[in-house]
Design a binder for this molecule. Structure first.
Ligand code: F6P
Length: 535
């Protein structure tokens, strides 16, 4: 049994027999002490099925894992991704002045600062109408072509900061290789006024390449000027040679670097669509909010460190309470894409089974991450949280104010958020129900056990700063859990096999034959497709 399990299981055994409400009775300071504030975010974790002794055990495990030193190593540029021999310096993207972050002994800050300045120039040129398309028109629409980390973060931030969108340009996102995605987007646009950003760290991702080719054909189909591609395409990549080979003008290629993980890259030039949508000032605010969280994470003791506590609570729920998934429920439409972003961040980072010591992990790693926006999901999956058979921790996220929501709406939203958290913890006993209605069968069906663990995360308002802090908080949560499980949170070898098989299948589809190397099921599915394709 792993040390995590052997340490935590006795505490879980003690706590699983109790109702969380009784923990408030036993510890009068619980409400105040099980809350923490940093970088404008307040976390109430008193509704977790956790007491001081269990928390102390978690912190001791973190100390044993040398977490403080590992955090410092992350910021400094240590090789935290040994299977690819790379650091993961997303924190340097929000703090170019910090010369302690180095790669091969060289500070990365100057590179970051230079790229940020270039991004701001591009934003200014496009938004002020100085950048013209090949026919001399100003750019009204920008389409980001990217997938995974080159899509989810920028799309989430653009959506979350929708109240700050500048008049021009409008920013759109296409990620899926499903041609319906790009068709939906381009059918509304005018090629003469559209600019594409091909966002791909590797510049080898097939979905992005196919979308970029389709976009290229769409532009050159109506615009015959020799500089059509140069005026309508930018690339963001760590592989500039491939971008140039693709036909993008060298001056239109903005760099990123292999020391930034794709899913941690929205703070780099991959964030160009964000800066175009909300302006350079708001993009800077986003970076500042993240930096504030970084500073807190780097400097605070483990016991008063918000990302560390959030991570340890997650570890507790996964490994001690054996929760298989956890749900993210923002009570704000603007954060609708937050669960999708976190799915990649957490599951691609910590969906691992082998430790950094090259052994099987010995406990479960990343839970399944899912969620949706409140109050909508109360009328969808909340029934299962209240009366289903599974333990599913929930993170509620709530901005306390809203710039455009009438007070009557916002009061109701807040009341619902707090009510759901309360109901999930407190539940409703059969005795209470019987006092209302003596029908024992009905009481059986109406009973809610409660005891569902949840966090409530508050912020004053959803601004570039608080959003930056929120995203950095969850990035660090993911990192801390990776340290605790002693896994590499920064590679993603598991995505390779599917990509390789897809390439083989695509060749066979083009050749119209079914290869013998496949299993029977895959052969039969392919035969069906080849038949359908003929008609
Ligand atoms: O599918 C895995 C992945 O490599 C992600 O890690 C990455 O964010 C995404 O594909 C896109 O990669 P790229 O930015 O290189 O196109």
């Amino acid at each position: 049994m792993s040390e995590i399990l052997s340490t935590l299981k006795p505490h879980a055994g003690r706590l699983l027999g109790l109702h969380t409400l009784s923990l408030f009775e036993a510890d009068v300071a619980r409400t105040d002490d099980f809350g923490i504030e940093a970088a404008g975010l307040y976390l109430d974790y008193s509704k977790q099925r956790l007491d001081r002794a269990a928390l102390a055990a978690l912190l001791e495990l973190a100390t044993k894992a040398a977490l403080t030193a590992r955090i410092e190593g992350l910021f400094r540029g240590d090789i935290v991704n040994p299977t690819e021999a790379r650091p993961a310096l997303h924190t340097a993207l929000r703090n170019p002045e910090d010369l302690s972050a180095t790669v091969n002994g060289e500070p990365v800050g100057p590179l970051v600062a230079h790229t940020l300045a270039r991004m701001h120039e591009v934003v200014k040129a496009i938004s002020k109408g100085q950048w013209r398309g090949a026919s001399g028109d100003t750019i009204t629409d920008v389409v980001n072509l990217g997938i995974g980390g080159s899509h989810l973060g920028p799309q989430l931030v653009c959506d979350a900061l929708r109240n700050l969108h500048t008049e021009q340009p409008r920013v759109h996102f296409v990620s899926n290789v499903d041609g319906g995605d790009i068709d939906r987007c381009l059918s509304k646009l005018n090629p003469a006024r559209t600019l594409f950003i091909v966002a791909s760290k590797s510049f080898t991702t097939p979905e992005t390449a196919v979308n970029a080719r389709t976009a290229q054909a769409w532009v050159t189909g109506t615009m015959t000027q020799a500089d059509a591609i140069a005026r309508h395409f930018f690339a963001i990549t760590a592989n500039p040679a491939r971008a140039v080979a693709f036909g993008i003008a060298p001056d239109n290629v903005l760099p990123m670097w292999d020391w930034v993980g794709g899913r941690y890259s929205l703070w780099s030039a991959i964030g160009l669509p964000i800066a175009l949508a909300v302006g350079s000032e708001a993009f800077t605010g986003l970076l500042e909010g993240a930096r504030e969280m970084d500073e807190h994470f780097r400097r605070s003791p483990l016991a008063s460190n918000l990302p560390v506590l959030l991570a340890l609570i997650g570890l507790w729920n996964t490994n001690a309470l054996e929760a298989e998934s956890y749900a993210l429920v923002p009570y704000d439409e603007r954060l609708m894409l937050f669960p999708a972003w976190l799915q990649q961040l957490e599951m691609e980072s910590n969906g691992k089974r082998i430790t950094l010591g090259n052994e099987p992990v010995g406990s479960h790693t990343s839970p399944v991450v899912w969620g949706g926006v409140g109050t909508n999901v109360q009328h969808a999956f909340f029934q299962l949280l209240h009366q289903g058979t599974r333990r599913i921790p929930v993170d509620f996220i709530l901005p306390l104010t809203h710039p455009r929501s009438p007070q009557a709406h916002h009061d109701m939203l807040v009341a619902n958020c707090f009510a759901q958290a309360e109901a999930l913890m407190v539940g409703r006993s059969r005795e209470v129900l019987l006092a209302e209605n003596p029908d024992p069968v009905l009481a059986l069906h109406r009973e809610q056990p409660g005891n569902q663990p949840c966090n409530v995360l508050l912020m004053e308002a959803l601004t570039p700063r608080s959003l930056g802090a929120l995203l950095a908080l969850y990035e660090h949560r993911t990192f801390v859990q990776g340290v605790m499980w002693n896994i590499n949170s920064f590679d993603q070898w598991g995505v390779e096999l599917g990509k390789k098989l897809a390439a083989t299948l695509l060749e066979e589809i083009h050749e119209g034959h079914v290869g013998s190397a496949h299993d029977g099921s895959t052969r039969s599915l392919l035969q069906r497709y080849l038949k359908a394709r003929q008609t």
